[in-house]
Design a protein around this ligand. Sequence first.
Ligand code: FPP
Length: 255
Amino acid sequence: MAAMAGAVRTAAVRGEQPGEIVPAPVHVAIIMDGNGRWAAARGLPRVAGHRAGAQAVRRAIEAAIRHDVQWLTLYAFSSENWRRPAGEVRDLTGLLRHYLRHEVAELAAQGVRLRFIGELTRFDADIQAELLRAERETAANTRLNLVIALSYGARAEIIDTARRIAAVVQAGRLDPATIDEAVFAAAMATAGIPDPDLILRTSGEQRLSNFLLWQAAYAELMFLDVLWPEFGESHFAAALAEFARRERRFGARPG
Ligand code: FPP
């Protein structure tokens, strides 16, 4: 059943051998970790690591486009990140503001459609306005769907969904007995977004850290020994090659 779902989900791409078709992920999600350690190793302030991380974001987007990945989700700011020292929160939100003001036009030109998930109302009003503008101005693009998770926590997302469904039940418009996975998924902020086929985390840490817990049910997980600011095309390509090897083994299983 899961193998079938994988076959339906994945797009076919050319492999190393002529005529060989290998499965490619439709949706790659990335936990971008290690900016602070990258900066510390160079005797730089943490903000320098986040700035270098923003460059790696550009490389990841370009790699996703080059490899025909249709959906890319990036974990840019977790709900827990608000608990960092005020100066670092200011640096991170400042970087986000700068990114939104100066990079959306370039993303739009590349054919990228932007979408944001998370508790966006926790950001300053001007950032919220930029987020809406970015979604509106890229809404017609189809080359790559880029989802950026901001002030995001998967448990909060699941609770929020349960609350919304409960309100519909309370209003007498939904029979609790009819709530199934499809009903639940359709009520989530990620409704309409295919589940990630592949989740990458950089920096060697092996945790999901409250990222896409519902959507990760069948995802392949990969933990890369590279700090996020060093991430580039070669890491992306290697992850896709490993994904293809795993999917081929999976597909070969009996039953
Ligand atoms: C983890 O590094 C990364 C973050 C907290 C945020 C990710 C932010 C960026 C990649 C830059 C900005 C992105 C956009 C979209 C503008 P860490 O600080 O937790 O590193 P550490 O674990 O080594 O301390």
